[in-house]
Design a protein around this ligand. Sequence first.
Ligand code: HEC
Length: 103
Amino acid sequence: MRKILIAGTAVLSLCAVGAVFAGEDAAELFKTHCQSCHGADGGRAPGSGIAPIRGQNSADLLNMLEGYRDGTFGGQRKQVMVGVVKRLSDEQMKSLAEYAAAL
Ligand code: HEC
């Protein structure tokens, strides 16, 4: 009986950790992959003529990220971003676009 209770509690706390992680995932990704160049608030513009990513629409951001990946978008310094998006999955790009748009 006691064992079942302990197992139940463990499963419940795993679920709680999972839920929190889903919320923090995009913030973590942004910190790891984007912040050094675009700034913690997405307000820095690292490329000449490139707008800061904060305040942009999430669908536009996703289009740009996919464009860097597919070679259909980019300015003079696009190779920098091509290298960045190569390391991201579709899911990660999507949550990063949503996260950055909300900054
Ligand atoms: C090593 C520096 C660096 C990192 C890391 C980086 N970027 Fe960039 N980013 C740039 C540069 C430089 C440009 C301009 C590239 C060009 O000329 O197209 C750019 C451009 C962009 C643009 C296009 C903005 C516009 O309005 O044209 C978006 C969107 C973007 N980055 C998002 C991200 C996201 C999201 C991440 C994290 C996954 C990220 N970047 C990580 C340097 C970086």
